[in-house]
Design a protein around this ligand. Structure first.
Ligand SMILES: C[S@@+](CC[C@H](N)C(=O)[O-])C[C@H]1O[C@@H](n2cnc3c(N)ncnc32)[C@H](O)[C@@H]1O
Length: 224
């Protein structure tokens, strides 16, 4: 019914076939290597990773540029996958700063634990973001937040819980502009402002666009 080929930035090629509801690897390794954020990553070929070969570094550059992490700042990487943004932020805040990654897919959690092993101050929480925040498995205060939800967006409850943790800035990576806009409205209703917005053509020849937005409390903008 479908054939998927993964050609990784580390040089691996894996082909899988979908037939009768079953996914079968027909060629290549089960795990592939990717290179991004100055690191090499080992990931399941079927797990989440940015599709365009330049996407991971492009998004990392945008997130770091907008958040401008400072040494010692704490951070959350929500919907963190294998930890791309957690690793990038860790390189700026330094080895003593605490970073919490939340991811719900078992494959993503395992990949994050494996790939971030050299960063002991990064805690990987296996949970849905909404549950982790609501049940206070992850608690503030926190300085910086990266939000990279699936197409449905983070939703009002998650946005309100993020705001309640008191970050000075949130970088929102969005693959669905409509869901992003709804979440920006929730930030705005709480006195936050979209301070910067960048768009990237990460899916050429399609109508899709990836956004990275910087959200900050309005009072912080007025002080500048
Ligand atoms: C767009 S991907 C981003 C992954 C990662 N930030 C990256 O750039 O590689 C969204 C991630 O969120 C995870 N996810 C989806 N819904 C979730 C939820 N409710 N709570 C936590 N993680 C979720 C997916 O498994 C996926 O890894």
């Amino acid at each position: 019914e479908a054939v998927e080929a993964v050609a990784s930035t580390g040089g691996d090629v894996t082909v899988t076939a979908l037939a009768d509801g079953a996914v079968t690897r027909v060629d290549g390794p089960a795990t592939v290597r990717e290179v991004a954020a100055g690191r090499e990553w080992t990931l399941p070929a079927s797990g989440f990773w940015q599709v365009h070969p330049a996407a991971a570094d492009t998004l990392v550059d945008a997130v770091l540029d907008l958040l401008d992490p400072r040494p010692g700042e704490s951070a959350w990487d929500l919907y963190g996958g294998a930890g791309l943004f957690a690793a990038a932020v860790a390189s700026r805040v330094g080895p003593a700063a605490r970073i919490t990654l939340v991811e719900s897919a078992a494959q993503g959690v395992a990949a994050a634990r494996e790939n971030l092993r050299d960063l002991p101050r990064v805690e990987v929480v296996a949970a849905r973001v909404e549950t982790a925040l609501a049940r206070r498995r992850v608690t503030g205060p926190v300085d910086l937040v990266v939000l990279d939800p699936p197409r449905t967006g983070a939703g009002a409850r998650v946005v309100r819980d993020v705001i309640a943790a008191g970050p000075r800035a949130v970088a929102y990576v969005a693959c669905d502009p409509a869901a992003f806009a709804r979440d920006v409205r929730t930030f705005a209703d709480a006195g936050w402002e979209l301070a910067a917005l960048r768009g990237f053509d990460l899916f050429p020849m399609t109508q899709h666009v990836e956004l990275v937005g910087l959200l900050r409390p309005r009072a912080a903008l007025n002080r500048r």
